[in-house]
Each structure stands twice: as C-alpha cells, then as structure tokens.
Write a protein that binds this ligand. Structure first.
Ligand code: AMP
Ligand code: ZN
Length: 115
C-alpha cells in the first residue's frame, strides 16, 4: 500500500504539508485534531494510505499505530488518567476522512463508554 496523492492525512503524516507531529515512528504518526472534542484530542494515522480498519492493514502497521497511542498517552499523562480511542468506519459511523485514523480523547471525564 502506498500514498494517495489526494489524501490530506497522507500529506500530514509524511510531512508533505507542514504540521506539528506529536510523535512518529517508521510507519505511523500522531498530530492534533484540528477540531478538538476534548482537552486532549490527537489522531494517530499510518504513513501509508488505508481507507479504514478493515482495509487490509498489515500487522506491523497496526503495531506502529498502537506504539504511537502508547507514546502519546504516556506523554500526556493519560496512561494513569484514562482515555478513549475511537475509529469510525464509513459514513454512517461519522468517518469524514477516508484515511484510517484512531482518535485519542482525554484530559477530562468522558463519562461512560459506548456512545
Ligand atoms: P472522522 O470524523 O472520524 O473521520 O474524524 C476526522 C477528524 O479529522 C475530525 O475530528 C477532524 O476534526 C479531523 N481533521 C480533518 N482535517 C484535519 C486536518 N487537516 N488536521 C487535523 N485534523 C483534521
Ligand atoms: Zn491517505
């Protein structure tokens, strides 16, 4: 799988559009959500283009995304405070950017889980 030239998250994750990467490893990157829904709202994305979580993402890419979640969570103190991860898949679930991304939400009480 490669980059998609028309995809904004491909460009952000690979530095083709300058952004403040909060963390990166070889296969994934983390940056702040432009429209934060919580005091901490970070997006973790693979550097290669996959549309969503069921788009055949290789295990090493998934592991790199989890590594990025781990780093961001610890750096923001969310490892102790707790946080929520969300991946929306498809229009009905509210996916607006068709490059797979994991939301990390935290820094406040988020209430009970599941919607
Ligand atoms: P979703 O609705 O799950 O597809 O989430 C897409 C998220 O991407 C939203 O929370 C947007 O605020 C965020 N977003 C869209 N464009 C950008 C951008 N250029 N930089 C950072 N976040 C963005
Ligand atoms: Zn992409």
């Amino acid at each position: 799988m490669a980059k998609d030239n028309d995809c904004i998250f491909c460009k952000l994750a690979n530095g083709d559009i300058p952004t403040n990467l909060l963390y990166e490893n070889d296969l994934a990157a983390a940056f702040a959500d432009a429209n934060p829904q919580a005091p901490v709202h970070v997006l973790v994305v693979p550097k290669d283009h996959y549309a969503n979580i069921i788009d055949g993402i290789p295990a090493d890419v998934l592991a790199a995304m989890v590594d990025a979640v781990d780093h961001v969570a610890r750096e923001r103190g969310l490892d102790k405070a707790g946080f929520r991860t969300i991946m929306n898949t498809g229009e009905a679930a509210g996916q607006t950017v068709n490059h797979v991304h994991m939301h990390i939400l935290g820094g406040t009480s988020l209430g009970e889980g599941l919607l």
